[in-house]
Design a protein around this ligand. Structure first.
Ligand code: ZN
Length: 83
């Protein structure tokens, strides 16, 4: 397993804020990626600490890429209410 800083650090991503309850720009304060597995079966994770540019609320976002899945799995903490 290896962990390295991810290039998304410092960028702004658009997503729903749990406090503003609407889509706002979130700044990526820190981002790391880690991967493990072999060429056939692998998992890659991107972990991001993000901050709402409207209310300064901080959230945690992770993206998981599995070798057998084409769509990444995205998780947010605190979780967003889906409508
Ligand atoms: Zn906000």
């Amino acid at each position: 397993m290896s962990t390295t800083p991810h290039k998304s650090t410092g960028s702004i991503i658009e997503m729903e804020c749990s406090a503003c309850r609407k889509k706002t720009g979130h700044k990526v304060l820190a981002a790391f990626e880690s991967s493990k597995g072999d060429e056939i079966l692998w998992i890659e994770n991107i972990f991001q600490i993000i901050q709402c540019q409207n209310c300064e609320e901080i959230s945690f976002r992770s993206e998981s890429f599995l070798s057998e899945n084409t769509e990444p799995e995205i998780q947010l903490y605190p979780p967003r209410e889906s409508k």
